[in-house]
Design a protein around this ligand. Sequence first.
Ligand code: SF4
Length: 481
Amino acid sequence: MEKIIDEYKQGESLILEAKENNQRKLFIESYGCAMNFSDSEIVASILANEGFNTTQNLEDADLVLVNTCSIRDKAEQTIRKRLEKYNAVKKINPKMKVGVLGCMAERLKEKFLEEEKIVDLVVGPDAYKDLPNLIAEVEDGRNAVNVILSKEETYADISPIRLNSNGVTAFVSITRGCDNMCTFCVVPFTRGRERSRNPQSILEEVNDLWNKGYKEITLLGQNVDSYLWYGGGLKKDFVKASEIQQATAINFSKLLDLCAQAQPKMRIRFSTSNPQDMSLDVIKTMAKHNNICNYIHLPVQSGSNRILKEMNRQHTREEYFELIDNIKRIIPDCTISHDLIVGFPTETEEDHQDTLSLMEYVKYSFGYMFTYSERPGTLAERKMKDDIPEAVKKRRFNDILQLQQKHSLYRTQQDLGKIVEVLIEKESKKSSAHWSGRNEHNTVVVFPKENYKIGDFVNVKANECTSATLIGEAVGLSNNN
Ligand code: SF4
């Protein structure tokens, strides 16, 4: 392992030097989930070695890359609108080349070039290391496409360049792909099979971030609970691994433990969890370390057993309740958020009531809520009719939205009058005299700036709240500084 570290340092200083001497300008923007934002930082690093500096100015760019999302039709429409914008800019900046990255690129492949004439380059989530070659092809006047999904690629050897960073919080990706095949989801088709990143390179990145002054990391994956390192390769091939490999394998709770011990003052979050794969060990590891935040994002998608089956979610509502009960038993003040879809094919009023009663049982602090959007190539699209009328989808969406707002207020009110530890991330959107940060429960907290600064852990007395924000006053620096 010694050699790789050297390369990092060398590489990094090279990047710094190269960066200073870089003449070409890269404009990169990301849409969708945190994985895409984290991937764009990998791309920026790969292209920094090819003479590209990142620019915030589209009109100046030699290369424009958009990291796309395909999770819903609306997300793809957003990308098409951005490409129209690029078209307008290309008139005043004819030299600029345009590339599409991410899940929509992987889903559409060569078709993207036919459908969107402005596009010169189509690159899937596992092919970013091929960007230098693909850009050379485009500069030779040819279109370029690489959408090959990989069995190994985790970009473990790439040190990300932090984009739009507050210098305090950062994403650290730990797995890629997903094997779960939920019937509504395109991710397994656009991001491939599950593979986990070498824990050594994860720990190096965590230590490097701490040394650079970062105070919080989020361990990232489509399904972090499925993390399993046994020397490289696909999760599904673990069964074929040698006895020693199986005996020394590192699963998610062990990785969490390693990260928490490596930097005891670094705040640790993780996303996204999956109820069918989350183990009690993970919850116990969270309880063992003060620096692992007591907050879990635990998508459920529906409260109806019949719909969960249709979605191919490998758990029942009862098993989900049992997991919630275990979380509350081991970490009583743990806050939980969710993902929910309403209007899935064949969803009845009774199924919808099951979703509402599940929400009532958990009383989530926060949630990402959507109406079902049929995705090309998924099992649901191939086998099920999108039969719930838009009006019914909308009404059911409003039902869960209103209930969630009631529960979010209920949860935020539970912190009123308490002293909460806040990591300052930025200036409040609403007032330049106030700082904004989050407590370990992932609740936004706003308070007067006084002499505190970004990156400080501050104890704040919570005096007022809305459903999403605590408003308070600082009562001093926390011991975690
Ligand atoms: S767990 Fe299901 S919803 Fe989540 S990324 Fe995998 S297939 Fe998609």
